[in-house]
Design a protein around this ligand. Structure first.
Ligand SMILES: [Zn+2]
Length: 324
């Protein structure tokens, strides 16, 4: 399949160009682009039981209104970019739930939920299509053969592009066997994409893959940066690890950087581990380390994005008549 997608809605292509220009403005100036907070964890916090094999991947089938409301709440809180609930919707992950025949429907509805939220709000918000290398049932031994795995990332990337996302977000990139396949799929769509690396502090304080303690962050970056992302973000990473990870990225990457850490799993029985105010205060150190895209991952809520917007907002895309 070619990288160009003639069926992509024109308005989305315009927004993709707008987003790129906006990112360049941010780089040239001192602005901040706000991404949303957790989606899967927020679905859980609001009552959806997550699936053992596909986590929040079935939400667009089973909890469409809730999903749309969460996107709308993030837009209302000030997010300039919302991320689709497609972290766990590759064909091989859905197959583990028996829903692979509904691959197209699940992903089209996931993008539609974000687009409907944007249109209702009437702001020029970009929609990022999330792609991860999550294995079925969180089991790294359950990946399909490499050809099938690679084809699945292409299928998801092109499905998201055709459904009208403005850019792609590669999320939880943290090793060098699977992540390059997903990066190549994103690159081939021709859409701008960011690479979100996920890490933690390992033995001796070295930064390593969040779920892959034997893979240094530096090794992962060296494998993925050649794919030519529009930005590199450290995401789904503990707050304490964000700043050193940004320094590690900066040593290899002169372009736009972002940070959207995790603070929990959305378990409604567990109180927030980091308050929105403290989260926004912590973000000062991420900005000081060079991050110009800020947001949250698992455990963060619209209130966390609202706190970021109160502190760093006014530089984002802002209200327009788009979509009204
Ligand atoms: Zn996360």
């Amino acid at each position: 399949m070619s990288g160009q997608l003639p069926t992509r809605p024109a308005i989305s292509a315009n927004l993709g160009q707008f987003l790129m220009a906006r990112w360049q403005d941010i780089l040239a100036g001192n602005g901040t682009l706000l991404v949303d907070g957790g989606t899967g964890s927020e679905l859980r916090r609001r009552g959806m039981a997550l699936d053992a094999a596909a986590w929040s991947g079935l939400a667009s089938l089973t909890h469409y209104e809730l999903l749309r409301t969460i996107h709308a709440d993030y837009i209302a809180a000030g997010a300039d970019v919302v991320t689709t609930n497609t972290f766990a919707t590759t064909r091989f992950v859905l197959a583990a739930t028996g829903h692979d025949a509904e691959f197209a429907t699940i992903n089209a509805r996931a993008v539609a939920a974000a687009r409907e939220a944007r249109e209702a709000r009437g702001r020029e918000v970009a929609i990022a299509g999330s792609i991860s290398c999550l294995p079925p049932r969180f089991d790294v031994h359950a990946y399909p053969h490499e050809r099938a795995e690679s084809a699945a990332y292409f299928e998801l990337a092109e499905t998201l592009a055709e459904a009208g996302v403005d850019c792609l977000a590669l999320e939880m990139m943290q090793e060098t066997r699977h992540a390059p396949l997903a990066c190549e799929a994103a690159r081939r769509t021709g859409l701008p994409f960011w690479i979100g690396v996920s890490c933690r502090s390992g033995a001796g304080g070295a930064l390593v893959g969040f779920d892959f303690p034997l893979v240094p962050l530096t090794t992962c970056l060296d494998a993925l940066l050649p794919f030519g992302p529009a930005a590199v973000a450290v995401m789904h990473t503990p707050i304490a690890t964000i700043e050193p990870a940004l320094h590690t990225i900066r040593a290899r990457w002169a372009g736009i950087m972002g940070a959207y850490p995790e603070i929990g799993d959305g378990d409604p029985a567990t109180p927030l581990s980091v308050s929105p105010i403290d989260f926004a205060t912590d973000a000062e150190t991420w900005r000081a380390a060079g991050a110009r895209i800020l947001g949250g991952c698992c455990g963060t809520t619209p209130d966390h994005v609202r706190a970021l917007a109160a502190r760093y907002g006014g530089n984002g895309i802002g209200p327009t008549s788009f979509g009204t």
